[in-house]
Design a protein around this ligand. Structure first.
Ligand code: DGY
Length: 420
C-alpha cells in the first residue's frame, strides 16, 4: 500500500464516528447525505462491512415518505448551525428537512460490486432506494416533466454557485431564526458563502418548516425553484444504477417503472443543452428560462450517459477553453466569468467529487485520454495540498476544511484499481 492510500484510509478512520463518517471534524460534525455516498464507495476499497454500515446509517434518517435528508444528526454538537432545533423535523434520529444530490443508489451498486457477499444487505437496502427515487418524482416533479426541482441551494450541494444568484435574490433576507454562523469560526470567511446568502438560506428553512415539511406545500411556496443540472444528472445516473439493481433485487414492474423514468429524465436533460456555450445550463422553474451561468455542473450529463457524440465533443472543447484560463482543473465556475472567485466555496474552487464524476463521464463517452488527465490532476492536487475540502484552480492551494472525507474517498477510488 502506498503512503497516500494509507493517508486516505487513516483520514476516513479518523472521521469515523461509529458507523458514519463526518465530512470533517468541527465544520461538519454530522452525517451528510451525498458526502456519505462517496465515502461509502471509498470505504468499499478497503473495508466493505464499514461501507455497508455507512449506507445503513444514512438510511436511518430516511423519512416515511422516502426522502433522504441532507443531514442526519446522530449525536449533538454545538459546532454547526443550523442544528436540529432549527429544522425541527420530528424524525428519530433528528434530521434536516431537505435532500441532496441522490447518489446513493450508485454508491450501493459500487459497494456491492466490491463486495458481492454483501448481497443480503443490498436486498434490504433496495426497497429504500426505490422509495427514495419515487419520492423524487412525486415531490419534485409533480407534472412528470422529467426534471426534478431543487428548492434550496443547499439541496444542490453547490450552495453559493453563481448559477443560483438571480433565483436566490427572490428570497427575502428576513428570518425568524437568529443566524449564528459557526462555519466562519472554523474556516476563513473569504472561502465561505456571504452573510446575505445565509439569511436567504435560513429564510427558506423557516418557510419550509412552516409548511410542516409538506412536499407539495414547499414546492408551491418556494420562491427558489430551479432544475439543477448536477442534481438531475446524478439522479439519472442513480436511476440507471437502480435499474441494474432491480434486475436482481426488484420485480419486473419495478424495472419497468424505473425504465420509464430514465427515458423521461434523459430526454429532459437534453433540453438543458446550450449549443452556443457548449455546456448544459440549469433552468429557473419560476421564470421558466435558462440560467445563463456556466458552471462545472454543466458537464455532469456526461456522468449520466445523457450526451450525444456532438455534445461530448463540444464539452471537451469547453473543457479545453477553461483549461487555457486556469492552471488547475476543473473550476466550479467558468474561470472567464466575472462571477468566478477562485477561493470562495462553489464560486470557483475545484471539488474532487465533481472531477471524479466528470472524468467517469468522459471515459464512458470514449474520451479516455481526457478522463485520465482529469484523474491524474485530481491526484496531483491531493499530493501537493493534502485532503482539503476544495482547491484554488489558479494556484492548486488547498482551501476550506482539512482532512476531508470525500476528498479522501475520491482519492482512494482514483488510486485503487476497481475489482475485475
Ligand atoms: C453547509 O452548511 O455549508 C452545507 O453545505 C449545508 O449543507
Amino acid at each position: 500500500m502506498t503512503e497516500l492510500i494509507a493517508r486516505d484510509q487513516a483520514t476516513l478512520r479518523a472521521n469515523d464516528r461509529g458507523g458514519y463518517t463526518v465530512p470533517t471534524s468541527r465544520l461538519y460534525p454530522f452525517q451528510w447525505n451525498w458526502d456519505s455516498a462517496f465515502v461509502a464507495m471509498g470505504w468499499a476499497t478497503f473495508d466493505a462491512p464499514r461501507a455497508w454500515e455507512e449506507i445503513e446509517l444514512l438510511l436511518r434518517g430516511q423519512w416515511h415518505d422516502g426522502m433522504i435528508p441532507h443531514i442526519v444528526f446522530h449525536a449533538p454538537s454545538n459546532d454547526y448551525f443550523p442544528g436540529p432545533d432549527v429544522w425541527r423535523s420530528e424524525h428519530t434520529p433528528p434530521t434536516s428537512g431537505i435532500p441532496q444530490p441522490p447518489i446513493l443508489a450508485t454508491a450501493a451498486r459500487a459497494v456491492l460490486a466490491a463486495n458481492p457477499e454483501g448481497e443480503p444487505r443490498m436486498a434490504a437496502i433496495f426497497p429504500r432506494l426505490l422509495a427514495n427515487h419515487r419520492w423524487w418524482e412525486r415531490a419534485r416533479d409533480p407534472d412528470a416533466t422529467g426534471l426534478a426541482a431543487t428548492l434550496h441551494p443547499w439541496e444542490s450541494g453547490m450552495d453559493n454557485s453563481p448559477a443560483w444568484d438571480a433565483a436566490l435574490r427572490r428570497v427575502p433576507t428576513d428570518t425568524q431564526t437568529p443566524i449564528i454562523r459557526r462555519d466562519i469560526s472554523h474556516v476563513d470567511a473569504a472561502m465561505r458563502p456571504r452573510d446575505d446568502e445565509y439569511r436567504r438560506f435560513i429564510h427558506l428553512v423557516d418557510l419550509f418548516r412552516e409548511t410542516g415539511w409538506n412536499p407539495a406545500r414547499q414546492y408551491a411556496a418556494s420562491p427558489f425553484r430551479v432544475a439543477d443540472v448536477a442534481t438531475n444528472a446524478v439522479l439519472l445516473r442513480a436511476e440507471r444504477d437502480l435499474l441494474a439493481l432491480a434486475a436482481r433485487f426488484g420485480t419486473p414492474a419495478d424495472s419497468q417503472e424505473i425504465g420509464a423514468r430514465i427515458e423521461r429524465r434523459a430526454r429532459a436533460i437534453g433540453g438543458l443543452w446550450d449549443a452556443a456555450r457548449g455546456l448544459f445550463l440549469a433552468r429557473d422553474l419560476v421564470g421558466d428560462a435558462p440560467i445563463r451561468v456556466s458552471t462545472s455542473a454543466g458537464f455532469l450529463p456526461l456522468y449520466a450517459a445523457a450526451t450525444t457524440p456532438e455534445q461530448t465533443a463540444s464539452l471537451a472543447e469547453t473543457y479545453a477553453h477553461w483549461a487555457r484560463a486556469c492552471a488547475w482543473m476543473i473550476p466550479s465556475t467558468d474561470p472567464t466569468d466575472p462571477a468566478f472567485e477562485p477561493k470562495r466555496y462553489w464560486r470557483g474552487p475545484i471539488w474532487s467529487v465533481v472531477n471524479w464524476m466528470i472524468a467517469d463521464g468522459f471515459a464512458a463517452a470514449g474520451r479516455r485520454e481526457l478522463a485520465a488527465l482529469i484523474r491524474a490532476q485530481t491526484c496531483r492536487l491531493t499530493e501537493r495540498s493534502g485532503l482539503s475540502e476544495y482547491f484554488d484552480p489558479t494556484t492548486g492551494e488547498g482551501l476550506g476544511g482539512a482532512a476531508f472525507s470525500w476528498t479522501a474517498a475520491v482519492d482512494l477510488l482514483l488510486r485503487t484499481p476497481a475489482p475485475a
